[in-house]
Design a protein around this ligand. Structure first.
Ligand code: CDP
Ligand code: CDP
Length: 241
C-alpha cells in the first residue's frame, strides 16, 4: 500500500500531539510535531534576553542562523507521551520548550511571515518521503496542501484548557485553571486571526470533534479514515477523482 501524508491541524489542547503519535504508531508512520519548531526558536529568542522584544527583522535573522532538528519518533518508539526529540543548535530542549511562557511567545513569533517560510521549508523537507503524520496549524493548508488525508481536530475550549491544566498539574506547575483558560484563549485567537497562514479548517479536511472521545478512540477513527484513503488510492492507481 502506498504510504500517505496525514495532516492534523487544530487549536491548542485539541489532542493533536497525542492523537498524531498514536496514529503514526498504528500505521507504522513517522510522527512530526511542527509546533515544536516554533517553540524551540522562541526559546532561543527568550534566552538571548532582549531578543524576545526585538524587531521582526532580528527574529528573521535569528531563524536563519538557528539549527533546529526534530528527531521524528520511529514507529516502534512512539507511545503516548513520547514527543519528538528537539535539538536547538545541538542542545536537547525537548522538555524546556513545554512551558506556558514559551507557548504564548511562540504564537507571537509565528505571526512573522519570513520565520514561517523558513520553518515550513524545513517541515516540507522532513515530510517529503510520505508515510508521515504531521501536526500543527497550517499543515493541511500550507505545508502539505496535497496531503492525502487532512484532519481538523477540535474540542470545546473548556475541555482543551482543562486537558492542558491537568498536564501542568502533573508537571508540578501550579497554574490555576483560569490562567490556563486565558492562555489557551489568547493563543487560539492570535493563531486564528493572524494574517499569514492562520489556523483555519481547510475545505477538504475532515472535522473530528473529540470532546467526548479519548486519545485511543480518536486515533482509531483517523486510522479508519486513512485505511479508506489508502484503498481509494489503490483502486485509482494513486490518481485523484
Ligand atoms: O497537541 P495538542 O495541544 O493539540 O494536544 P495534546 O498535547 O495532544 O493533548 C493535551 C492533553 O489532552 C494530553 O494530556 C492528552 O493526553 C489529553 N487528551 C485527552 O485527554 N483526550 C483526547 N481525546 C485528546 C487529548
Ligand atoms: O501543543 P499546542 O497545540 O499547545 O501548541 P504547539 O503545536 O506546540 O504550537 C505552539 C505555537 O506555535 C502555536 O500556538 C502556533 O502559534 C505556532 N504554530 C504555528 O503557527 N504553526 C504550526 N504549524 C505549529 C505551531
Amino acid at each position: 500500500m502506498r504510504k500517505l501524508t496525514i495532516a492534523i491541524d487544530g487549536p491548542a489542547g485539541s489532542g493533536k500531539s497525542s492523537v498524531a503519535q498514536r496514529v503514526a504508531q498504528i500505521l507504522g508512520y513517522l510522527y512530526l510535531d511542527s509546533g515544536a519548531m516554533y517553540r524551540a526558536l522562541e526559546l532561543k529568542a527568550l534566552q538571548n534576553d532582549g531578543l524576545a522584544l526585538s524587531s521582526d527583522a532580528e527574529l528573521e535573522d535569528l531563524a536563519a542562523s538557528t539549527q533546529i532538528e526534530l528527531k521524528p519518533t520511529p514507529p516502534q518508539l512512539v507511545s503516548e507521551g513520547v514527543k519528538n526529540k528537539v535539538l536547538l543548535d545541538g542542545v536537547d530542549v525537548t522538555q524546556a520548550i513545554r512551558t506556558s511562557e514559551v507557548a504564548q511567545a511562540a504564537s507571537q513569533l509565528a505571526t512573522i511571515a519570513k520565520v514561517r517560510e523558513l520553518l515550513v521549508a524545513h517541515q516540507q523537507r522532513a515530510g517529503a518521503g510520505g508515510g508521515i503524520v504531521m501536526e500543527g496549524r497550517d499543515i493541511g493548508t500550507v505545508v502539505f496542501p496535497n496531503a492525502e488525508l487532512k484532519i481538523f481536530l477540535e474540542a470545546t475550549p473548556g475541555t482543551r484548557a482543562e486537558r492542558r491544566w491537568k498536564e501542568h498539574q502533573q508537571k508540578g506547575e501550579h497554574l490555576t485553571l483560569d490562567q490556563v483558560v486565558e492562555e489557551v484563549h489568547e493563543r487560539d485567537k492570535r493563531d486564528r486571526e493572524r494574517r499569514v497562514s492562520p489556523l483555519v479548517h481547510a475545505k477538504d479536511a475532515v472535522l473530528v470533534d473529540n470532546t467526548a472521545m479519548d486519545v485511543e478512540e480518536t486515533a482509531r477513527l483517523i486510522v479508519m479514515l486513512a485505511r479508506e484513503r489508502e484503498s481509494e488510492l489503490a483502486k485509482t492507481g494513486g490518481r485523484e477523482g
